[in-house]
Design a binder for this molecule. Structure first.
Ligand code: ATP
Length: 434
């Protein structure tokens, strides 16, 4: 099943995953708000990433750096001078576009030809001022990537935790880019989240470790439930690579909008630590514990965009199939990502004894499973459809037999099969079901 972008946008709005930012005031281009189900989906993806890349490894350290940083960070990193996109303006309708993303012989808005002049370089950082007095010294920027918050803490982590190289520092958090043309739902936004790792290596090891990271990125895509044949590696040719990179692979996904970048993997050499060393005058050399020669570590950087992961996950999970005579939309999310793990309902909502027992089961699961939804609206079939559409892996129904033998019906989202399970074995059954 290949849903259209409209299918995904419509489901997200209808069911409380994602809304346009500042919607009530007519919106703010390039911003999106996550609703009750979207925030949980997003956090589940972040938690899975943190588990896989930080908690389950011995060589990884987490940080959470401030978004506002000293402007010297962005001067030294090259962002002040070169974090630009080529901007063109149509002399007829004054529409502004990224020159490398359109055919500049014809304006995409008004259709006039030959209305574009030479592109200007437009810096994508949001500039702001820190403190009550605006001056050159008070300039700061909303960070356009989380990576610099990692590099600036390299020395702190080494001095406080003494890790052996190779080791990595990981961070999740907001990044801001004043994109010329935000587009395609959350794919290109002006405010988004990144999950980045700077993996510090000895310069002689980078090729081997880069290959390890290629495999780890594929493991990640599998954990998100992305079909392997929709994930592609694009070896970025030297002329298209960022100036600091000696090798880059863009991992692309077959989105409804076409094959586009999901995340990037780059070998950034010692570009950033070298810059910090020059600009701050502080040594970024690493001294191995075995007494061998000190060196400035090189860096492998997997850079994951959270929104692009959310969008890929939703597109991969979105399925339309038929159950009996009914067509249904079902989100076949991996259980770890599903915002609601289980829905609980009484078979009939006007039978007190069923409602009371169902409440008991609901409270038990709330404690043991978390993320449980109470659903007693409409008939059972409608409840199942509603839960299918938001990806709830299991629905539990309390019926008259429950009152007799202490078993409930557990209905599986993907197979729609129903089994009877004893209440005291329910948690285990739900946790091992998918
Ligand atoms: P693009 O070429 O699509 O603009 P990029 O190569 O500039 O992306 P990077 O600077 O490598 O992107 O950023 C790392 C990751 O951050 C990207 O792979 C993507 O997942 C995410 N990302 C970058 N820009 C945006 C954006 N405007 N909206 C959402 N996610 C983004």
């Amino acid at each position: 099943m290949n849903p259209s972008l409209e299918d995904i946008v419509s489901l997200c709005k209808r069911r409380g995953f994602i809304y346009p930012g500042s919607d009530v005031y007519g919106g703010l281009s390039g911003t999106w708000d996550y609703g009750p189900l979207g925030v949980t989906l997003k956090r589940n993806i972040m938690a899975l990433w943190w588990q896989m890349f930080v908690e389950q490894r011995d060589d990884m350290y987490g940080v959470d750096a401030a978004i506002l940083m000293n402007q010297k960070v962005w001067q030294a990193s090259g962002h002040v001078d070169t974090f630009t996109d080529p901007l063109v303006e149509c002399s007829n309708c004054h529409g502004r576009f990224r020159a490398d993303k359109i055919d500049v012989s014809k304006c995409p808005t008004c259709g006039k030809t030959d209305t574009f002049g030479e592109p200007k370089q437009f810096n994508m950082m949001f500039k702001t001022s820190v403190g009550p007095v605006a001056s050159d010294e008070s300039i700061s920027y909303l960070r356009p990537e989380t990576a610099q918050g990692i590099f600036t803490n390299f020395k702190n982590v080494v001095d406080s935790l003494y890790p052996d190289v190779p080791f990595g520092i990981a961070q999740q958090g907001k990044a801001f880019r004043n994109e010329i043309s935000p587009r395609d739902f959350i794919f290109r936004s002006r405010e988004f989240e990144q999950m980045e790792i700077e993996y510090f290596v000895h310069p002689s090891d980078w090729e081997r470790i880069f290959e390890d990271w290629v495999k780890l990125v594929h493991d990640w895509c599998r954990a998100l439930g992305l079909p392997e044949d929709k994930v592609h590696e694009l070896e970025v040719p030297a002329e298209d690579r960022a100036h600091y990179s000696k090798r880059t692979i863009d991992f692309e996904y077959d989105y409804p909008i076409g094959r586009e970048e999901l995340l990037g993997l780059a070998y950034r050499t010692d570009f950033d630590l070298g810059n910090i060393q020059r600009a701050s005058g502080k040594s970024m050399e690493y001294r191995p514990k075995d007494g061998s020669a000190p060196f400035v570590p090189h860096v492998i950087e997997p850079s994951f965009g959270l929104e692009r992961a959310v969008m890929a996950v939703l597109c991969a999970a979105y399925t339309v199939d038929t159950v009996g005579d009914d067509e249904r939309i079902v989100l076949k999310l991996p259980r770890a990502l599903a915002p609601v793990k289980v829905a609980v309902s009484p078979l009939l909502k006007n039978k007190q004894e069923l409602v009371a027992k169902a409440r008991e089961v609901y409270q038990l699961l709330q404690k043991e499973v978390g993320a449980v939804m109470w659903d007693d609206n409409g008939n059972i079939g409608k409840r199942y459809r509603r839960q299918d559409e938001i990806g709830t892996p299991a629905c539990v129904v309390v019926d008259f037999q429950t009152l007799e033998d202490g078993t409930v019906t557990v209905r599986d989202r993907d197979t729609t099969e129903q089994t009877r399970v004893k209440i005291d074995q329910l948690t285990l059954a739900l946790e091992t079901s998918r």
